[in-house]
Design a binder for this molecule. Structure first.
Ligand SMILES: [Zn+2]
Length: 49
């Protein structure tokens, strides 16, 4: 159990360059479903704290 899930991440799409601040659950959604803007495949490497 940690509070790390609450941390926000910066997502930057490798395809369209869109930057979004996301939280843990949103990050998982992006990895599963792809970029919300261009639908590119998103990997965990696209996220920084
Ligand atoms: Zn994109």
């Amino acid at each position: 159990m940690s509070c790390e899930e609450e941390r926000e991440y910066i997502f930057q799409c490798p395809e369209c360059g869109e930057r979004l601040e996301v939280n843990g659950p949103m990050r998982e959604t992006l990895v599963e479903r792809g970029c919300v803007i261009c639908s590119a495949t998103v990997t965990e490497a696209a996220f920084t704290r």
